[in-house]
Design a protein around this ligand. Structure first.
Ligand code: SER
Length: 341
């Protein structure tokens, strides 16, 4: 049927999640094809079967990759995050929606060729939620997947629509066509803020936590752009990558939905700063809220209900907040910035 080489495509391979995910996929024996709009980092390249510098809006380039490789699964990580998207909403839409549509098209074409549905992993976000006022936010119990779906950022709108595109493509794609083919097996995780020891994020609104940590490790002052009492769900990067891999491998029969909340801990910005200071006593952290960015965080839930992920595919984060610091972030940033003590 096909002589293409089986491979896993990772878009946004240079990004925060991509970095760790590519390594893990390669260690598990996958042929990884890494795609990014920037030159693929040398550290990432060594784990890849092939790399491609390019834009996900370039459909012809994506289709060429699809001719060369038989994509068994696609981890579509490329996106413009929430802060950047508010400066360039039309560009965010182009990348986050039209780019996603292109990837789904390539997946569908690949599935038609190979005769089986391509697993399509889509990182969604707590940004799909939009809680209208702080009083509701403060009194709301951990938010479940169906609640408050009125996102206030372009990024949130794009991610929510991406989830719908995935559901549509999986269940209803070209439903009136005479001939039906396998399409995609769409699975999505709504991630909380993610914190990595290896990379500093760019363009997100939950970035204050990782920025605070990395600044302290580098001995630089940091002015936090949200208020001290601002609470948001977060997760350590290894748990995020584990979750993606775990959901990708979960038996389909166990999945009751196509989109899952996950969370690990939900500290306030002040609690996060206290831990940073515990490990870096000289950290110079101040709070200078940017009211516009603060308002975006305020529209996201203070915590999420991830009962379904735990029940359907056994999600269970290894790292609570303290362990995230002591066993992952602190050793990681010390290594990254060449600190000896
Ligand atoms: N962490 C992302 C952001 O802040 C949301 O998914 O944009």
């Amino acid at each position: 049927m096909t002589s293409r080489k089986p491979a896993v495509l990772v878009t946004g391979a240079n990004g925060e999640i991509g970095h760790s995910l590519v390594r893990r996929l390669a260690a598990d024996g996958a042929n990884v094809v890494a795609l990014d709009v920037r030159e693929i980092d040398a550290a990432c390249r060594t784990h890849c079967t092939a790399t491609q510098v390019g834009d996900i809006n370039d459909l012809a380039m994506l289709q060429r990759l699809g001719v060369e490789f038989e994509f068994t699964s696609i981890f579509h990580l490329a996106a413009l995050l929430s802060t950047r998207g508010e400066f360039q909403p039309e560009l965010a839409h182009r990348v986050n929606v039209e780019g996603t549509l292109n990837l789904m098209r390539v997946a569908v074409e690949s599935a038609a060729n190979s005769g089986y549905a391509v697993t399509f992993m889509f990182p969604s976000s707590i940004a799909v939620y939009g809680i209208a006022d702080t009083k509701t936010r403060a009194s709301a119990p951990p938010v479940s997947e169906e609640q408050y779906l009125a996102p206030q950022t372009m990024y949130g709108c794009n991610k929510l629509y991406g989830e719908h595109l995935g559901r549509y493509t999986m269940h209803h794609y070209r439903r009136l066509a005479a001939e039906q083919h396998p399409t995609i097996d769409f699975r999505s995780i709504r991630f909380p803020g993610l914190i990595s020891a290896d990379t500093v994020p760019s363009g997100g609104t939950s970035d204050y936590a990782p920025e605070m940590l990395h600044a302290a490790a580098k001995g630089e002052p940091y002015a936090c752009f949200v208020r001290e009492n601002m609470r948001l769900p977060f997760m350590a990067m290894p748990d995020a990558v584990d979750a993606l891999l775990q959901l990708a491998e979960a038996p389909k029969a166990n999945l009751s939905t196509h989109v899952y909340n996950i969370g690990a801990f939900a500290p306030s910005a002040a609690e996060f700063a206290t831990l940073v200071r515990e490990f870096f006593p000289k950290a110079n952290i101040s709070f200078k809220p940017d009211l516009l960015r603060q308002a975006i965080v305020e529209s996201w839930p203070a915590d999420v209900d991830d009962t379904r992920a735990r029940r359907d595919w056994g999600f269970k984060p290894l790292y609570d907040l303290r362990r995230t610091f002591s066993e992952y972030l602190i050793p990681g940033v010390r290594r990254r910035y060449g600190m000896t003590s």
